[in-house]
Design a protein around this ligand. Structure first.
Ligand code: FES
Length: 350
């Protein structure tokens, strides 16, 4: 994932993705483009250019590129040097996300980005944000997949009755995905839940925390509250997770809910709540990364709460081995099951 759509506006956006410096920009026609962030003249960063219609004008001497990366104007001479161009990367804008292909041209295998219907379904309300973590991308994935830290790290955001997260009720694994579910003890609402849903604080509710490792580029988490009469209040976090380098990661969040759809106060409350969550998550991950890095992180003792994260780690290990052209033996995966077993529409059980 390269960006949230809303990030691409009137000025070019420079971003390092998988170790490559890229400039992302949106032309006047609305199309999105990605070039190597390096002018073909003096290698000036094209992120410091200006957009002129559907062209990008270098901020140094004014060389101008069309959306195919071809230089169509050079200063001080009437003829553009033959073949002068910048490398272009394929982009796919599927709101709310912009996806990029940085591999060899044509090697994407026809794969398509994962669909997240609740980010566009009129029965849901969604807003986005993005941030940066100085930690390996798998630390970010594994952090989100092991939510057992929540009663410690996010103490005020989890009901007092839930002083430790129960074991997973279910983990389902496919060749490329891991989905997990845990049912939580009945409990009253904490502040963010009460403020966002408008439900009665003095009543106890059932909860389910679940999630899916969708791909190395995406994780989803669902937090579901169920009332006694079966109403479900679901808050989802769809995380785009893109390595910047081996030790740093971009996170693109879309937060969705199936309640308070047009209520800006609910959006504001969830925005501030989730910003606080992201800040604490980032702080913990950066401390761990600075201390031991991903090698030290994955060298520790494992326990039950790590079960889903370990399966995702194996999947990524197999993908990396395949990419490196080696044969790979997949250790201990469960039998293949349906691709994405948890939909946010599923009722809370128990
Ligand atoms: S460096 Fe871009 S025009 Fe000279």
């Amino acid at each position: 994932m390269a960006a949230n759509c809303a990030e691409l506006g009137e000025v070019p956006l420079g971003r390092r993705l998988l170790g490559r410096d890229v400039v992302l920009w949106r032309g006047a026609s609305g199309s999105v483009n990605a070039f190597e962030n390096r002018c073909a003249h003096r290698s000036f960063p094209l992120s410091h250019s200006r957009i002129d219609g559907d062209r990008l004008v270098c901020g140094y001497h004014g060389c101008t590129y069309d959306s195919d990366g071809n230089c169509v104007y050079t200063p001080s001479q009437p003829k553009v040097p033959t073949g002068m161009r910048v490398p272009v990367f394929p982009l796919l804008e599927e709101p709310p996300f912009v996806w990029i292909w940085l591999g060899p041209p044509g090697a994407s295998g026809g794969s398509e980005p994962p669909r997240n219907p609740w980010t566009s379904d009129p029965g849901w309300s969604t807003f986005g944000s993005a941030w940066h973590v100085n930690a390996n991308y798998m630390m970010v994935h594994e952090h989100y997949m092991d939510f057992s830290y929540a009663p410690i790290l996010h103490r005020r955001d989890v009901p007092a009755e839930i002083d430790s997260m129960p074991a997973f009720n279910d983990i389902e694994v496919t060749e490329t995905t891991v989905s997990y579910t845990r049912l939580l003890p009945d409990a009253q609402l904490v502040d963010w839940e009460a403020d966002a849903t408008g439900l009665d604080r003095d009543v106890t509710y059932k909860r389910r925390e679940s999630g899916t490792f969708v791909s190395p580029a995406m994780h989803r988490q669902y937090w579901e509250l169920a009332t006694a009469n079966g109403e479900r209040y679901t808050t989802t976090r769809t995380h785009g997770i893109t390595p910047e380098t081996e030790t740093s990661t971009h996170v693109f969040l879309q937060a969705s809910r199936n309640y308070g759809l047009d209520d800006h106060a609910v959006t504001d409350r969830l925005t501030s709540f989730l910003a606080g969550v992201a800040e604490r998550d980032t702080s913990i991950l950066e401390m761990a990364s600075a201390h031991v890095g991903y090698d030290g992180w994955r060298g520790g003792v494992e326990f039950q709460a790590d079960a889903a994260a370990l399966r995702a780690r194996r999947i990524v290990g197999v993908m990396l081995a395949k990419e490196a052209g080696r044969s790979a033996i997949r250790p201990g995966l469960a039998p293949t099951s349906r691709r994405d077993s948890l939909s946010p529409r599923q009722p809370v059980k128990g």
